[in-house]
Design a protein around this ligand. Structure first.
Ligand code: NAP
Length: 498
């Protein structure tokens, strides 16, 4: 690294896993004891009052081991990570078995005195909560040398032809994770047949949650009203529908196996001819087709809860009928040479009682000029952000789903964040070459602290110490109810911290 030590003061927008991975990588690569490390600060801003983004508000509540296995890895190389990942998965399974929760490892990065968290602070013009402090993006510029946009992908992709007749999967996920947006509860009491559109892991998460019996749900990190609602569900069949075939399914073998082995529910067998592996099938595809061929552990006839996978169907119209049922009209598809779904001209129709769209997510723009509306993510090349004229915005980076779209598991997010952190450090210490002069908005000699609007805010800004207290209290309240934790809502937080 160059001999001149320039201050490095980074604002990360979004406090989810990608943000924490970036922060941890930067802080661990520049230890406090090193000359470079003494002039480093990382500030994380989140419009939510709680940190950890998708880990808190996206990971399925029956996957507590995922929360364990991701934040203890910041100091590892990629190869070490792979080895470590398997060890941690094993250990976390054991810990989960004994009812313990290891999410405290998440906090190690935040213990670094060069790290600060500003929760309940909404930066930019994206909509937020009335209780959040609203801060224009430009207010950050004098205070930072760098920005990393890590605000995830928080908007569901919605098919226009479905109109209001479908509920976004995100609403269900946010309902059962007690997200501050507080979406209305699903009408499970009047939904004997539910249809999930999309063959991704989010669809499988939802199906698994919907078919989990009360005794499986009760000890989990789920609000009591959610457990009660799912326990009294009327849902008896879930159709999970996609536009392509079994070999093109986006879900992974692990998540599929979990649904197939759920004792309460049976999968309707899939016709054998649909499960023939395509030429050059990958190992992952073969594994999924094998699992589908074997079917569910519980067979139809042994339970009143069933689910099915429906293939080669693109919804064209959803009609809600007054007598409470809904019809979905589909184009029947086939695959073209590029494996894209193309309509055959044939139509199909299905009756259901509730339609949930689960076909992906897009980001919200922090700054429109840095956003690719078509792709729904930041304009960037390997994490370096460019404006709409294709000019580099000096010192601005993006990571995670905000950068790459909503794809990959947490390990993918970690790898990407590490790589963005490395790019930022290399650019900072070794210089960055650009074809034309970059747009300069940040301050190479940054002002101390956060912007005055944040430091002296009348809105309640949540620090990481506040979060630790909340976290401990949620766990304590959960233990009193023999469960992982009992989540707070904003009113509880204010009362608890006052
Ligand atoms: P996803 O994996 O991208 O799946 C989206 C599904 O929607 C696919 O079946 C896709 O079909 C379909 N789709 C997309 N656009 C469509 C359209 N216009 N019309 C009809 N169907 C359409 O998305 P996700 O389930 O929301 O998951 C997001 C990411 O989070 C994924 O990377 C997932 O693996 C990850 N995740 C992981 C876990 C876990 O590790 N347990 C849990 C949840 C989520 P095509 O393939 O034809 O596009």
């Amino acid at each position: 690294m160059a001999a001149t030590i320039k201050p490095l003061k980074i604002a990360i927008l979004g406090g989810g896993p990608s943000s924490f991975y970036c922060a941890s990588r930067i802080l661990s690569r520049l230890p406090h004891s090193s000359p470079e490390g003494q002039n480093v600060q990382v500030h994380v801003y989140d419009r939510l009052w709680a940190p950890h983004g998708l880990v808190r508000y996206g990971v399925a509540p029956d996957h507590p081991e995922v929360k364990v296995s991701i934040f203890s890895t910041a100091l590892f190389s990629y190869t070490e990570f792979i080895l470590f990942y398997f060890i941690v998965c094993f250990v976390s399974q054991c810990l989960t078995f004994f009812g313990q929760n290891c999410t405290h490892k998440f906090n190690e990065t935040a213990k670094d005195p060069r790290f600060r968290f500003f929760g309940n602070v909404n930066v930019g013009d994206t909509p937020s909560f009335p209780h959040a402090l609203h801060l224009p993006l430009r207010a950050l510029f004098p205070h930072y040398t760098h920005l990393i946009i890590s605000n995830g992908a928080t908007l569901p992709v919605i098919l226009p032809q479905l109109g209001n007749a479908s509920t976004p999967a995100l609403s269900l996920v946010h309902w059962y994770t007690a997200h501050p947006s507080q979406p209305p509860p699903p009408r499970l009491e009047a939904m004997p047949h539910m249809t999930l559109l999309g063959h991704g892991n989010v669809s499988l998460d939802i199906a698994r949650m919907m078919f989990s019996p009360p005794e499986r749900l009760a000890p989990l990190d789920l609000p009591e009203h959610v457990v009660e609602k799912i326990s009294n569900t009327s849902v008896r069949h879930i159709s999970i529908v996609s536009r392509r075939g079994p070999a093109e399914a986006a879900f992974t073998a692990k998540e599929l196996r979990e649904l197939l082995t759920l004792p309460r529910a049976a999968m309707i067998p899939i016709p054998e001819e649909l499960l023939v592996p395509p030429p050059n099938a990958t190992r992952q595809q073969k594994r999924i087709l094998d699992l589908l061929r074997k079917g569910s552990t519980t067979k139809t006839g042994e339970t009143s809860y069933t689910w099915s996978l429906k293939f080669f169907r693109s919804p064209t119209k959803v009609t809600q009928h007054t007598n409470e049922y809904t019809t979905i009209e589909y184009d029947v598809n086939q695959l073209d040479a590029q494996k894209r779904a193309v309509p055959t001209g044939e139509m199909d129709m299905q009756r259901t009682h509730g339609v949930v769209g689960s076909i992906g997510y897009r980001s919200e723009p922090i700054e429109p000029a840095w956003f690719n509306g078509g792709l729904g993510r930041t304009r960037n090349v390997i994490g370096r952000v460019f404006n709409e004229e294709n000019r580099r915005v000096q010192g601005v980076y993006s990571s995670g789903w905000a950068s790459n779209g909503a794809k990959g598991v947490l390990a993918t997010t970690m790898m990407d964040a590490y790589s963005v952190a490395e790019t930022l450090l290399t650019d900072h210490f070794q210089g960055e070459t650009n074809a034309e002069p970059p747009v300069e908005i940040l301050n190479s000699d940054p002002r101390p602290g956060g912007p005055p609007e944040v430091e002296h805010s009348t809105a309640r800004v949540i620090s990481y110490d506040d979060w630790i207290r909340i976290d401990e209290e949620e766990i304590r309240r959960g233990q009193a109810r023999k469960k992982e934790r009992e989540r707070m809502v904003w009113a509880d937080v204010i009362k608890f911290l006052s």
